[in-house]
Design a protein around this ligand. Structure first.
Ligand code: FE
Length: 267
C-alpha cells in the first residue's frame, strides 16, 4: 500500500484535482472479500441479462461486452477490465466506495476514469438495489467505454459539468442529459430501437418495458431532455432515442448554449 501511495504521489495524481479525497486513489478490488453468495449473485444476474442482450442491446454494447472479457463464472476483474479499456479508449477504472459528490464524479470522468463500486447486491435483492453495485457499474457501464465516440461524449459532458460545478441548477440540468443518455439511452439501429443506457442494461424489467409498445419514445432533443425530470425509483416515463453516438458529441455545444439560456432565465 505504501509503495502504491508513493507511486501515485510521484505521478502527482493528488495535485491534479482528480481526487478530493486522496484515500480514493488507493482503493482496489479485493477478491478475498467476496463470498460464495457474491459469486452466485454475479452468475445469476450475468446469465439472465446476457440472454437478453442479443436483440435488445446496441451493437456497440454487444461488441464491447465481448471485448471487456466478463463471464458468468467469475466476478468482473476490474484490473483486467481497466487494462482492456486503457488499450482500447485510454480510459481506466477507479474503484470507489459508493456514490460520489458531483465534483469528484465529473473530475474522474474528465480524467478518463470511470468510478466502479466493488460490492454486490444480496440474493434477496436481485431485482432492486438502492445504490449502483458492481453488476450495474461493470456489466452495464464498462462495455460501452470501449467505444471512443461514446467516451469522447462522456469526457466533454464532464468538462461542461465542471464549468458549472458550483451551480446546483446547472448540475441538475446536466444530470438530466447524463440520465437520459448514459443511464437510460436508446439508439436507432437498422430501423429498430436498441438499448445503450446502463440502468436499462442492468434491469431485465426495464429492458423489456422500454422496448415495449407501452413506453414513450422521443427523438433525442437537447431542449426536451433538459426540461424532463427523471425518476430514481421507478421506470422512466419516456426515453430519448439517438441515431448514433456522434449525435451526442455534436450536441455538446447546444447543451452548453441552452444551459446558459435556462440559467439566465432562472436569474
Ligand atoms: Fe450508472
Amino acid at each position: 500500500m505504501a509503495n502504491l501511495f508513493e507511486q501515485l504521489k510521484r505521478k502527482n495524481i493528488f495535485s491534479t484535482g482528480i481526487f478530493s479525497d486522496p484515500s480514493l486513489a488507493l482503493l482496489q478490488q479485493d477478491f478475498k472479500t467476496y463470498t460464495p453468495e457474491d459469486y452466485k449473485v454475479w452468475e445469476i444476474l450475468f446469465e439472465k441479462q446476457e440472454k437478453n442482450l442479443p436483440g435488445a442491446a446496441a451493437k456497440e454494447v454487444i461488441s464491447g461486452m465481448e471485448a471487456i472479457g466478463f463471464t458468468s463464472k467469475s466476478i468482473a476483474d476490474l484490473k483486467d477490465a481497466s487494462y482492456r479499456l486503457k488499450v482500447s479508449t485510454g480510459w481506466s477504472i477507479q474503484v470507489v466506495p459508493g456514490l460520489l459528490s458531483d465534483a469528484s464524479f465529473y473530475n474522474l470522468l474528465q480524467n478518463k476514469r470511470f468510478p466502479v463500486t466493488s460490492w454486490l447486491r444480496k440474493l434477496d435483492e436481485l431485482d432492486y438495489q438502492l445504490e449502483p453495485d458492481l453488476f450495474h457499474d461493470a456489466f452495464a457501464h464498462l462495455p460501452l467505454l470501449m467505444n471512443p465516440t461514446f467516451t469522447r461524449f462522456l469526457e466533454d459532458l464532464a468538462t461542461l459539468a465542471l464549468r458549472f460545478i458550483d451551480n446546483p441548477l446547472a448540475i441538475e440540468l446536466i444530470s438530466r442529459i447524463y440520465w437520459y443518455t448514459v443511464e437510460f439511452g436508446l439508439l436507432r439501429e437498422n430501423n429498430g430501437i436498441k438499448v445503450y443506457g446502463a440502468s436499462i442494461l442492468s434491469s431485465s424489467g426495464e429492458l423489456n418495458y422500454c422496448l415495449s409498445e407501452t413506453s414513450l419514445h422521443h427523438d433525442f432533443e437537447v431542449e426536451a431532455v433538459l426540461n424532463t425530470p427523471y425518476w430514481k425509483n421507478k421506470f422512466q416515463d419516456r426515453y430519448f432515442i439517438i441515431n448514433d453516438f456522434e449525435e451526442l458529441c455534436k450536441a455538446i455545444p447546444l447543451i452548453e448554449e441552452q444551459l446558459e439560456e435556462l440559467l439566465q432565465k432562472a436569474g
